[in-house]
Write a protein that binds this ligand. Structure first.
Ligand SMILES: *[C@@H]1O[C@H](CO)[C@@H](O)[C@H](O)[C@H]1NC(C)=O
Ligand SMILES: *[C@@H]1O[C@H](CO)[C@@H](O)[C@H](O)[C@H]1NC(C)=O
Length: 348
């Protein structure tokens, strides 16, 4: 167990330029990095056989049978007491998680993790194996739970399908079927004697945010006592794929073929994965944050999801000073105030 919270340790080692109140951090380059980010597209498009191989690789990248990293951090590292819990989604997936109690509190945050992560964060990869290009360092989410716990929140942090200790299924569906796991987590909180009357907040990142959006459209009745939600980097599949193709030097004319390749594996194409039509139904105060220059997407993607949310009580925060996606996943533990204030104001 560390004496210094993780986020303070980071601040003391990364020599950021930090402006209190504006929260502008200049993130240093990663030691030993060799790649160029964003990647530079080739001058001429690849030959057709290479394009076809890339297209089929995109489809098979959605298979659910990939071997994901195990849980690599535990709540006791931050001195947190917890319970291992499981609950089952409507389509039979057994989900595994931690319930971290906060004595005397009637508020609970359910944490939904990003793709490639699990409830504990993500271990380090080599640069070549980065899950998002240029983002290959480890992220530990346990300090996030410590911050929320100390701010007076119970936590339910779980792994959705194909991640951590939760069951595997045939395909990753970037939020579409993972929505059933979000629904199961809400039902689970409602089913426990000690949590059933709690006010609920959702802290949902990347595909966890996509899944949250799909779930709130599919199961609106389960969101009735959700009082606040925070989304880090919801991501529209079509936009992500257009950037992958751009960096590979492949024309937009192949967009339909990419959609078909994903449909071949998952049963769903681009149109099914759009987030704006889901955001139009949001009735819960929502705080969205995103690395503005994240080259895996475009700022217009998150901006359009945010703009589509039809209620007044919403907020968008751009993280500046980096173009790396993972920086959004340690941003909360470096700068907890905005998110904690959001939950504190709304979960009363
Ligand atoms: C939770 O489960 C893990 C094994 O998956 C075990 O090592 C750990 O001791 C359990 N923790 C508690 C509090 O039961
Ligand atoms: C469809 O997916 C299966 C399973 O991944 C694969 O074997 C097959 O080649 C794919 N077909 C096309 C047209 O991509």
């Amino acid at each position: 167990m560390r004496a210094t919270p993780f986020f303070l340790a980071i601040l003391s080692t990364m020599t950021p330029s930090l402006v209190i109140g504006q929260e502008t951090t200049t993130y240093p380059p990663l030691p030993g990095e060799t790649g160029t980010y964003p990647p530079t597209p080739p001058e001429t498009p690849p030959p057709e056989n290479v394009i076809q191989a890339i297209l089929s690789g995109i489809g098979s990248g959605f298979l659910g049978t990939q071997n994901f990293p195990p849980i690599h951090h535990w709540p006791e590292e931050e001195g947190l007491a917890y319970e291992n819990v499981t609950f089952t989604s409507e389509d039979g997936v057994s989900c595994s998680g931690w319930f971290i109690p906060a004595q005397g509190s009637d508020k609970i945050i359910i944490a939904n993790h990003p793709r490639w992560f699990n409830r504990a964060g993500i271990p380090e990869y080599s640069e070549a194996d980065a899950r998002a290009p240029g983002s290959w360092w480890a992220v530990n989410f346990v300090p996030d739970y410590k911050i929320l716990h100390d701010a007076g929140y119970n936590i339910l942090a779980y792994d959705y399908r194909n991640h951590g200790l939760t069951d595997s299924t045939y395909a990753h569906t970037l939020g579409l079927l993972e929505a059933h796991d979000v629904a199961a987590s809400l039902r689970y909180v409602r089913s426990r004697e000690d949590t059933k009357h709690m006010k609920i907040g959702l802290f949902s990142r990347c595909v966890g945010a996509n899944a949250n959006l799909h779930a709130s459209t599919l199961y609106p009745e389960l969101f009735e006592n959700v009082q606040a939600q925070v989304f880090a980097q919801p991501l529209t599949v079509r936009v992500r794929m257009s950037r992958i193709m751009e960096y590979a030097g492949i024309s937009d004319d192949y967009s339909e073929a990419v959609s078909d390749s994903i449909r071949n594996t998952t049963g769903y194409g681009f149109a099914d994965y759009e987030l704006v039509p889901l955001a139009e139904h949001v009735q819960i105060p929502t705080f969205v944050f995103q690395v503005h220059d994240d080259f895996n997407t475009r700022p217009s993607d998150v901006q359009s999801v945010f703009d589509a949310i039809p209620i007044e009580d919403k907020k968008l925060y751009w993280i500046q000073g980096t173009n790396r996606r993972w920086h959004a996943y340690s941003w909360f533990q470096e700068h907890p105030e905005q998110v904690v204030d959001w939950f504190d104001r709304l979960m009363v």
